[in-house]
Design a binder for this molecule. Structure first.
Ligand code: NDP
Length: 278
């Protein structure tokens, strides 16, 4: 098994994360072990899961049976909303399901400002990181004021913010705040979850033709050139190859601008300010 030629991005404090991985949101538990095994076999070395996805145990089985050394696979999981007040226990449950004694990145999944528990959860994650059981810690779906609160109250800056970000929803103000604070951006839904007309847009098709790539590859390359970390979800082996074949070409400034121009403020996921699912 050979790793794909995927560059690393350096997070705060030196943790190296492969810029491209595979995400397993909405991958059925019954399918997850096979999808992750295939991804590892074709050379992916970064898996993004979450307690809420209900498939950590299957991710763990795939890693255990891969034969890969622990340090060769980057594993992210996330603290679910209902567990913010008991993060240390929830983290141990995740570790047990993953059959790991440490993860590479642990995230608070949603800010849930209406419950006021995220700060306490963040302090628990700081302790987890200090114990060496998470190489890096971060957050997901945090807006500027949510990030600012954690920084002001603890002085510990999240290593990443994993947010919905794609050509139709570019989050420029939040992205700039993250850049200024050294918070790496992980773009979830990098392909707009396949829910838009993006891949049929004539300008995008033209750019794809010019590079001999697919529209999805062009969109993923647009993320890569902005130093974002991405883990497009697919259950299809051929798309695992397609989604990783991004590192032998570059978009011009003019081509990047075309995609920049698709900003429409269109989100497909929930609003982080009001999302209160537990
Ligand atoms: P994506 O933007 O990755 O889109 C996934 C969809 O695109 C699937 O329907 C997939 O179909 C399709 N697709 C994948 N590759 C291609 C391709 N090359 N061409 C055309 N269609 C393609 O959305 P996700 O929401 O899955 O985001 C990715 C990951 O981000 C998740 O798996 C999860 O790890 C994370 N995430 C985090 C969230 C958070 O709150 N922190 C929320 C949502 C996601 P098929 O499987 O049939 O190939």
């Amino acid at each position: 098994m050979t790793a794909l030629p995927i560059p690393n991005i350096e997070l705060q404090h030196g943790t190296q994360i492969p810029q491209l991985g595979v995400g397993v949101f909405l991958v059925e538990p019954s399918e997850t072990e096979s999808v992750v095994s295939t991804a590892l076999e074709v050379g992916y070395r970064h898996i993004d899961t979450a307690a809420a996805y209900g498939n950590e145990a299957e991710v763990g089985r795939a890693i255990a049976s891969s034969g890969l050394a622990r340090e060769d696979v980057f594993v992210t999981t996330k603290l679910w909303n209902a567990d913010q007040a008991r993060a240390a226990d929830a983290f141990q449950v995740s570790l047990d399901k993953l059959q790991l004694d440490r993860v590479d990145l642990y995230l608070i999944h949603w800010p849930q400002p209406m419950f006021g528990e995220a700060l306490g959860a963040w302090k628990a994650l700081v302790d987890i990181a200090a114990s060496g059981r998470a190489a890096a810690i971060g957050v997901s779906n945090f807006e500027i004021d949510h990030l600012q609160q954690l920084i002001d109250e603890t002085g510990v800056v999240p290593a990443v913010n994993q947010i919905e970000l794609h050509p139709l929803h570019q989050r420029r103000e939040l992205a700039e705040f993250c850049r200024e604070h050294g918070i790496a951006i992980e773009a979830w839904g990098p392909l707009a979850q396949g829910k838009s007309d993006l891949f049929e847009r004539p300008e995008l098709l033209e750019i794809a033709r010019a590079h001999g790539k697919t529209p999805a590859q062009i969109v993923l390359r647009w993320h890569v050139q902005q130093e974002r970390i991405i883990f497009p979800k697919t259950t299809r082996r051929e798309r695992l190859f397609e989604n990783a074949d991004l590192f032998d070409f570059a978009l011009s400034d003019a081509e990047m601008s075309v995609i920049d121009g698709y900003e429409a403020g269109t989100n497909f996921g929930p609003d982080p300010r009001t999302f209160d699912a537990r």
